[in-house]
Design a binder for this molecule. Sequence first.
Ligand code: URA
Length: 232
Amino acid sequence: MRLDKYLSMGGVGSRKDVKKIIRQKRVTVNGVITVNDDVHIDPYLDEIRMDQQILDVILDVYIMLNKPQGVVSATSDDLHKTVLECIDATLPPGCFPVGRLDIDTEGLLVITNDGELSHRLLSPKHKVDKTYYLECRDAIDERTIDMLQSGVDIDDDTLTLPAQVNQLSESAMNLTIKEGRYHQIKRMLAACGNQVTYLKRIKMGSLSLDDDLPLGQWRYLSESEVEQLKKG
Ligand code: URA
């Protein structure tokens, strides 16, 4: 992150004020005076001081992980590797995965410390679309498509909300749902007499899984991706 951005996020002043303060040699990075406002710092590792006082800015973190199988969507676990352990960077305290993917589900998982955004994406009230690519044991027939599109009885109090189906081959489809019930996709297909054999989340709200992000890898979201997600 640029030093001037970090300082202005810390409430020091506008980007213009901050540039002035830096030029006045009032800022040090790891004990060294810097006069460059465009120098890049690591907000979690570098020690930034202004007028000798340490500046500890709590930043919101937004990460896209391409979750591999065998990893659990939790912050700690005695048995399995967690999604947080897939992130080989220093994270501020309070980071967590936004929603859960099953241990054998792959794909898009957002990790953040922004509770408000997480609530926006997960709360049933907001009906945020989540799209999954799935492969099934048996061919997907018309009856299954009709059931998924109109709502399925998965032994909850209510039917699932109508889902969007995009069949890709005899036994593969993209399925978009607006809820996040426990094992929802697997239970929906089971209720249609079929079985999910492979499941991957590819989209959540406005955010698509990056095609260039290998399984198990992660990257920070761009500012515009975060903005779009917040806007819904
Ligand atoms: N639905 C499922 O059944 N499993 C997941 O991991 C996500 C959605």
